[in-house]
Write a protein that binds this ligand. Structure first.
Ligand SMILES: CC(C)(COP(=O)(O)OP(=O)(O)OC[C@H]1O[C@@H](n2cnc3c(N)ncnc32)[C@H](O)[C@@H]1OP(=O)(O)O)[C@@H](O)C(=O)NCCC(=O)NCCS
Length: 169
């Protein structure tokens, strides 16, 4: 993990950010490879127009992971309300996992949201995203079941939130 930096993505990195995001989700079987959401995961160019796309970069400059921070009225803010920021599309390259890259991305995103004045961080995840859910809980996010929602395809989306007024433990 030494030497890993998290920073906003440069425009010339966005195509690779999109491919990394798709690879991360497909590697875990989180979405069928012919699902419409795969193209949304791939479109980091559009995400960067509606939020802040962060990247984790290794010492050699290689792309290791990404997460996007959005605030309403961004169309990527699915659950965040007033005074809230939302994390979208957290992804770490399969070969870079279990080294703390995901944690560094989420911690940095929380700091960014706090600095931008958001009071609360919100995000949506799936029951199948066990690694991500452990990560969120480790960083002080809590389930907000009253805000869970579902779609016509039968997916249930689990909402987590964290107050941003305090430092992450
Ligand atoms: C969820 C995801 C981003 C986590 O990324 P990651 O970089 O592996 O995350 P971390 O390394 O911070 O933590 C993962 C695990 O590695 C462990 N770990 C961290 N550093 C470690 C180290 N140096 N040595 C050994 N283990 C380590 C953590 O304790 C954690 O363990 P746990 O899963 O048993 O709780 C990644 O698995 C992923 O891209 N998943 C697919 C996409 C996804 O689910 N996105 C969530 C959208 S809501």
């Amino acid at each position: 993990m030494s030497g890993v930096v998290v920073r906003p993505a440069r425009p010339d990195e966005l195509a690779a950010v999109g491919e990394l995001t798709v690879a991360a989700y497909l590697a875990d079987g989180l979405v069928p490879d012919d699902h419409w959401y795969v193209e949304e995961l791939r479109d980091a160019v559009d995400r960067a127009e509606h939020g802040t796309v962060l990247v984790a970069v290794g010492e050699d400059g290689g792309l290791l992971g990404t997460v996007t921070v959005v605030r309403p009225p961004s169309r990527y803010a699915e659950v965040a309300g007033e005074h809230e920021a939302e994390l979208r599309m957290l992804a770490v390259a399969p070969g870079a996992r279990r080294c703390g890259v995901g944690e560094l991305l989420v911690r940095t995103a929380m700091g960014l949201a706090r600095a931008a004045g958001a009071w609360t961080l919100a995000l949506t995840t799936l029951t199948t995203m066990a690694s991500a859910r452990r990560l969120y809980e480790r960083l002080g996010l809590h389930r907000a079941p009253e805000r869970d929602w579902g779609d016509a395809a039968g997916y249930t989306f689990l909402v987590y939130t964290a107050p941003l007024s305090q430092e992450v433990p």
